[in-house]
Design a protein around this ligand. Sequence first.
Ligand SMILES: C[S@@+](CC[C@H](N)C(=O)[O-])C[C@H]1O[C@@H](n2cnc3c(N)ncnc32)[C@H](O)[C@@H]1O
Length: 290
Amino acid sequence: MDKKSVSYNSGHSSHQTMSGSQFQRFSRFIQSHLGIRMPGAKKTMLESRLNKRLRALGINGFKDYEKYLFSEKGQEKEIPQLIDVVTTNTTYFFREGQHFDLLSEVVLPEWWEQHSGEDRNFHIWSAGCSTGEEPYTLAIVLNEFAEKHPGFKFSVLGTDISNEVVQTAQRAVYPEEKVEEFSDRIKRKYLMRSKDKNVNKVRVVPEMRKQVQFRVLNFLDDFEIKKSMDAIFCRNVIIYFEKAIQEHLIQKLYRHLNPGGFLFIGHSETLAGLDVPLRLEKPTVYKKLT
Ligand SMILES: C[S@@+](CC[C@H](N)C(=O)[O-])C[C@H]1O[C@@H](n2cnc3c(N)ncnc32)[C@H](O)[C@@H]1O
C-alpha cells in the first residue's frame, strides 16, 4: 500500500495523511481564496486540521476529500467549514494593551476635540475580529471614554472570514479564565455571570453587545463597508498573508479610513516596504493624513 495513503486506527479516531500533490492543491486553493500562506512546512498542521473535516464528513482519505472539496457541492458547502478549521483564531481581551491606552489617551481625546460639536459617531472596525474579544475590548474602552465625555457616541464593527468565530462573537459568552485579569470594577460593570454557579462562564452585558455589529467578511472579496472608519484594528492578521496580499488589504483598509484616522496592526507586524500613504505614529500604529 502507498505509504501516503495509509490510515492508522487508534480506537475511534484515525489519522489520514495527504500526498505532496494533494497538499499542493489544497495549499494553492487556501492561498488564493483566503490569502493565508501555506508553505510546505505547514503540511503536517494542515493535515491534522483537515483530519477533523474528514472525520466530521465520515470520509476515509484525502483522495475523497479532494474530490468533494472541488466538486460543485463541495465548493458551496465545504469552503466555510474549511475556513473554520484552517484559520488561526487566537485572541484575548486587552491583547497588546498599549494600543488601548493609546486609543483612550491620545486618539479619542484628539478626535473629540475636533468633533465634539458634531452629530456623528466615532466608528471603529475590528478587522479579523476572531471570537470577539478585540471588538468587545474596544466597546469597553470607548464606553469608559463616553462616560467621561457626555455626548460622545460610538459604534464598533467586527468582521471575520470564519462563520464559526463570528457566531461565537455574537453569543459573547466566554470561559471565566479569559476574563480573570479584568479588574473587579470592569467585571461587575461589563460581564454577567451564569445563574448556574457550576457554569464557569460569563457573558458580555447587553448594553455592550448592542454597540458591536458583526459580519462575515473575506478580505480577498470586493467588500463594501458603508461607514467610513475613524480607527481600524487589523491585528495579527496580515502576518498570515503574502506581501502582495498584505499590500492589497492595507490599501483597502486605507480607503475605509477617514482622513486623520488610525490603523493599528499587531506588534509583530509591519507595513515597512508596502506602498500605502500612512504615517507611522507609534510602533505598529499608523495615521491617514489626507
Ligand atoms: C489571530 S486572529 C486575530 C484576532 C484579533 N485581531 C487579535 O489580534 O487578537 C486572525 C483572524 O483573521 C481571520 N482571517 C484570516 N484570513 C482572513 C481573510 N481572508 N479575511 C478575513 N479574516 C481573515 C481569521 O479567521 C482569524 O480569526
